[in-house]
Design a protein around this ligand. Structure first.
Ligand code: G6P
Length: 369
């Protein structure tokens, strides 16, 4: 097993470090030198696409969080309404799914029972089913009409990292592909986005290179009882994923709250020294986030902010610690902002002596409903 870990202390750490390569491997077979997207896995004509009146994404856990980021990307790029459903809830509410629905099932393992059941339900109702999965030949890949494989390589740690990031990238590609097909973006506009996508592996690497700073922070904060993650817009989705990572491996109670909702309840829980992780990457929501950070600080919270480098100095005025990510397009920040949160969860769990790769009560793949 030590050999399989390639010199890393845990699979999770190894897999986080494999993220630049995983993103590159997922992107490169699907884009050419002229930044065009080639999606052999989605053989839709413009006419067929126009036949769909919505997209439904079903998934569980981390894959569901990737789905939320995908919703934002597809709606922004292709202007098609997208709903995201927790797979275990989907079947029990008589969903609005028919032959005009494109259903996307996201599943690292391709074996999650709830996601499979949702896929079957959608198929029975006439939907066209695409899956995004990491495992070739998995059950979900065999039952879907079309399959988009993420090329993250085997993921061993229960807490998903490199698979998540490749799911997010897959959904970016799908969103941009649909946008060009539908005409909501020109080829040139898509090309500009693709050029930026190509920079993500290096940018992820730059964040991984800051791991010691994050380890020091975790070594100071690992005794927290409760941690709150706040953000607005897509930062709220990254907050959800960061919170899940932390709770699943460190066993610290954590919650993600849309920052604007704080004042409707959660703010009552803040005490002197409570850790609040604040995501502030969205240009149009930036001022609102700064005021939320001040609001929690005024109640005694210890604020760790995650923002893009150009804004670090300004954010530092409203936070105790600032973790930076390289600058990127607004839609793509989730692929970067999640990395410091993964590292923070990891080092917190290590500091608490938890079994990082095999957290108690959790399974890598849940094959019962
Ligand atoms: C389990 C794993 C999670 C994962 C979820 C969905 O709960 O512990 O890491 O996100 O299942 O798994 P899937 O294989 O469908 O992505």
């Amino acid at each position: 097993e030590a050999a399989e870990k390639g010199g890393y202390q845990h699979f999770m750490l190894k897999e986080m470090h494999e993220q630049p390569k995983a993103v590159k491997d997922t992107l490169s077979p699907r884009i050419d030198d002229e930044n065009r997207i080639l999606l052999d896995e989605l053989r839709l004509t413009g006419e067929e696409l126009n036949h769909f009146n919505k997209i439904t994404i079903v998934a569980c856990g981390t894959a569901m969080h990737a789905g939320l980021v995908g919703k934002h990307a597809i709606e922004t790029f292709a202007r098609i309404p997208v709903e995201v459903e927790i797979a275990s809830e989907f079947r029990y509410r008589d969903p609005f799914v028919d032959e005009r629905t494109l259903l996307i099932a996201v599943s690292q393992s391709g074996e999650t029972a709830d996601t499979l059941a949702a896929l079957r339900e959608a198929k029975a109702r006439g939907a066209h089913v695409l899956t995004i999965t990491n495992v070739v030949g998995s059950r979900i890949s065999r039952e879907a009409h079309d399959v988009f494989y993420t090329w993250a390589g085997p993921e061993i740690a229960v807490a998903s990292t490199k698979a998540y990031i490749t799911q997010v990238v897959a959904l970016y590609l799908i969103g941009l592909y649909l946008a060009e097909l539908k005409g909501t973006m020109t080829r040139q506009q898509v090309g500009e986005k693709v050029a930026e996508l190509k920079t993500l592996p290096d940018k992820i690497q730059q964040i991984l290179d800051q791991q010691e700073t994050i380890q020091e922070l975790a070594n100071k904060q690992f005794n927290q009882q409760s941690v709150f993650f706040i953000g607005r817009g897509i930062d709220d989705y990254t907050a959800k994923e960061g919170s899940l990572k932390l709770k699943e491996i460190s066993y610290i109670h954590s919650e993600a709250i849309a920052a604007g909702e704080l004042k409707h309840g959660t703010i009552a829980l803040l005490e002197e020294g409570t850790l609040v992780v604040a995501l502030a990457t969205q240009e149009q929501l930036y001022d609102k986030m700064l005021s939320n950070m001040k609001e929690v600080k005024a109640r005694g919270a210890y604020v760790v902010a995650v923002t893009e480098e150009p804004r670090a100095a300004e954010v530092a005025l409203s936070a105790d610690v600032v973790l930076t990510i390289p600058d990127t397009h607004n839609e793509f920040t989730p692929a970067l902002a999640v990395v410091p949160l993964q590292l923070f969860a990891y080092y917190t769990a290590v500091a608490r002596g938890a079994d990082v790769d095999k957290p108690k009560n959790l399974a890598k793949s849940v094959t019962v409903e």
